[in-house]
Design a protein around this ligand. Sequence first.
Ligand SMILES: [Zn+2]
Length: 285
Amino acid sequence: MKTFSKTPHEVTSIHISCPICGDVSCTAAWKLEGFTFSRCSGCNLLYQNPQPVQSELIERYDDEYFEYEIENQGSFLQLNLLGLKDVGFFDKIQQELFVGEMSPRFLDVGCATGGLLKYLQQRGWQEQGVEVCEPAAEYGRRVRGVSIFSGTLEDAYLPTAGFEIVHASHVIEHLQSPGDFVMEAYRLLKPEGHLILVTPNSDGFQAKLMRSHWRSAIADHMVLFSRRTLTLLLEKHGFYVEQSATWGGIPQGMAPTVIKKSADRIAKYFGWGDVMVLRARKKRG
Ligand SMILES: [Zn+2]
């Protein structure tokens, strides 16, 4: 089954150049109903081209999206915690950051209903969220008592060098200008601050096997990164990748549990997992 996505209808699409290297040359890789993923001739990035105009994209994160977030908030928190654990967040990073009187500051972009923010707030972090889905942001503020800005990261005007951690889980693949997002994360982080990104892995076993039927080949995903292309983007904007991991071998329900568990272990070991997490640090100066 594919990931939740709004079906595009009468979309106003425009042809774009590669969001990483700017190359205008690309070839259609996966044609789907109403949209196409193309492969950049310059850097091999897989991205949707043409793309819908931004105003139509933001409209997709409506009440229906909120229902999806609410239904899955428990499992999303668990996945967020597992991703953070995989890049050393709960041991060496916490040890490094919890020194002195000041609580470290954690920005969660695409924080949904704020489950992760609440978890961190209870453990001494100063939390800040940004969420484009207004009902989800409102729920987080009202029910969980966490700080969430409703809108895009660029519209939030958060303080320069104001955070030790910027985290975005399943966000960057939805963006039309991932480079602008990474640049904004760079501005928001202190020197040597950590940018932690979770996104589908287009170099994973499932993507290679399923191709256009892959669960992440959906209309809402503008860019489908591999570890190599995401690293390229991060390095271009002043980061170096310090740690990464992948998870998810074969899709749920495709094989008996015992086989799935083995496949998951193998995928994780070799980096063939369906989803990846990268932790990158902001270079000094
Ligand atoms: Zn490119």
